[in-house]
Design a binder for this molecule. Sequence first.
Ligand SMILES: [Zn+2]
Length: 417
Amino acid sequence: MKLYNTLSRSVEPFEPGGDSVKIYVCGITPYDTTHVGHAFTYASVDALVRYLELRGMSVQYVQNVTDIDDDILRRARAVGEDWKQLGNQWTTHYIRDMQALNIRPPDHFPRATDVIDDIIDQVRKLLKRGVAYQANGNVYYSVSSWPEFGKLSQIPRSEMLPIANERGNYPNDPHKRDPLDFVLWQAEMPGEPSWESPWGKGRPGWHIECSTLAQKYLGDRVDIHGGGADLCFPHHECEIAQVEPLRERRPFVRVWMHTAMVEYKGEKMSKSLGNLVMISDLLPKYTANAVRVYLASHHYRKPWSFDEGDLKKAARLAEKFEKAVSAPAGTGTPLESEAAWAAFTASMDNDLDTPGALKVMEGLAEAIEDASMARRNVVEAQSALKTFGSVFGLRLGSPGGDEPVPDGWNALLPRFA
Ligand SMILES: [Zn+2]
């Protein structure tokens, strides 16, 4: 299988570095509902995970919940709700959306606040290594102390600051040595939650949460680290800077995978622009299969624009698949599926070409319909079509055949009650 690696800017052969494929994907900051952009990221990763499993690999998948963050605290203040309750409420919504879309649950779904001690330990190590400094109860990462800062995003130093400022950086913080330095630990602010630390009461910065969680749950090797393309800089750049100075020339992550942004009428779908298309708005009108086919009809690296006409087309294709798997089988010459298997795996092996894989499925569905009309035996071909569909979380034919997904998420729910 080949996958694009943001770090090398090239499509590379992918082999796991050990017995299982270790995947970390940045999860949600739970203060609002799941929109199509989120769903695209998690559905794309779902197709990757399920495909690797179909190819006989075992996968260890971690996705975090950023449950302590400026955005959550801001929203909690605005709506007058407790930050923890707000986070739990939106995490539960997210789980319901993931269940509805039949997206496989991660093997670990930790909250940042579950690992405060581990985060403090990481910050302590970075201070000892000399790439961080304390000021006024805060601990900052000193970007000038790590010459490789920028190697992932390849953004010139002069252009970094405005982008970082748009994504949570406070350039005017008087305690920073460089406006680009980022916070590892921030001192307690009035009315905000805080934890004891060697630097006084405070809370972790955003970037240190993910690099700590990835290492805690996956160990020394992360095969694939994913997230939306807007996380590449500064979030993932900062994650690398937090991990690699503490190791001898061993990379933190082998493959960096970034999913493209989803637009709406020519603009990025984002909370600040107020142009979000929510999954919960689509699901009463379209089946989960239709939404999954629609998401998979876009390659994960190519930005696209939400279009209801395209979603309707996807719904028709999903219906075609459903019809094909329930077409009556005759007793004539069996319809072979070997060529479809070869074409499906060739597409998926080619940097997760999900639109190509859907075309193969469409061809197979049409062949099944024709063969069924001619009273041929289509049982094996139908089973192949169901298996291909399962890579995209499609429930074709026997409903309820995919219980591990709802059950797995249900097991996570009580923690967010
Ligand atoms: Zn992250």
